[in-house]
Design a protein around this ligand. Structure first.
Ligand code: AP5
Ligand code: MG
Length: 217
């Protein structure tokens, strides 16, 4: 069973590695950030509630995020495993997740820390472009699409995320250090932490190495 959490700073490559690993492990990739952005695009009440927090780089309140996560994890496609990307983000969300999984007679099998030196993060985020239709991720320098400005996978015009402005990025990094960083110790103490390097070199190679590590557990 692969009940996985991907943990890491903004821009570390959680989404990039999860998109590769979900194909290898045959599990859904659940990004709470993507779920919020989809709701914002569709103007749902959840999207309206979350929008201002996300644009300012703040965490969306726990109750809102937890309810959304519960709905998603209860769906049929999660029975054989999942990759959670961006949840939990603080200790109280981690406790909520433990309880939610226990209710379903499940538990996490590993927590992957996507590890990248902080100086790399700003360049990764300021150059990132995303597909608003299929969520594919690109980088203007490190991972450009074949045709400039267009998604390789679905042909839609790629965009810059609204929270990828330098000021907002700096705030997201602070929020990470203050709220999310303590989760590393929390999961280390539970014996669940697996480190995935995604600093220099190709994300595909890092994903392959991570896959091998997970298979050995
Ligand atoms: P979220 O969407 O989760 O954003 P984040 O955590 O800030 O992480 P990112 O998506 O920015 O980075 P990533 O690690 O996925 O990196 P990526 O793979 O794209 O959350 C957004 C917001 O939603 C939050 O700020 C909050 O408001 C709200 N939210 C979400 N979850 C919440 C929760 N649980 N509670 C409360 N609020 C919540 O890679 C980055 C770039 O690097 C890309 O351009 C990529 O192409 C490039 N790259 C990746 N790997 C490599 C490599 N090896 N070499 C070169 N370039 C690379
Ligand atoms: Mg992401």
């Amino acid at each position: 069973m692969n009940n996985l959490v991907f943990l890491g700073a903004p821009g570390a490559g959680k989404g990039t590695l999860a998109a590769i690993l979900k194909e290898k492990l045959h599990v859904p990739h659940i990004s709470t950030g993507d779920l919020f952005r989809d709701n914002i695009k569709k103007h749902t009440s959840l999207g309206d509630e979350a929008e201002a927090y996300i644009h300012e780089g703040k965490l969306v309140p726990d109750e809102v995020t937890e309810a959304m996560l519960r709905d998603r994890l209860e769906r049929q496609d999660c029975t054989e495993g999942f990759i959670l990307d961006g949840f939990p983000r603080n200790l109280s969300q981690a406790a909520y997740l433990d309880q939610l999984l226990a209710e379903q007679s499940k538990a996490l099998t590993a927590v992957v820390l996507v590890d990248v030196p902080e100086k790399v993060l700003l360049d990764r985020l300021t150059g990132r472009r995303v597909c608003p239709e299929c969520q594919a991720t690109y980088h203007v320098l490190f991972a450009p699409p074949a045709k400039e400005g267009l998604c390789d996978r679905c042909g839609a015009r790629i965009i810059q995320r609204e929270d990828d402005q330098e000021k907002t990025i700096r705030h997201r990094l602070e929020v990470y250090r203050e709220n999310t960083f303590p989760l590393i110790r929390y999961y280390e103490e539970k014996g669940l932490l697996v480190k995935a390097d995604n600093s220099e070199g190709e994300a595909d190679d890092h994903a392959e190495e991570l896959f091998r590590k997970l298979m050995k557990r």
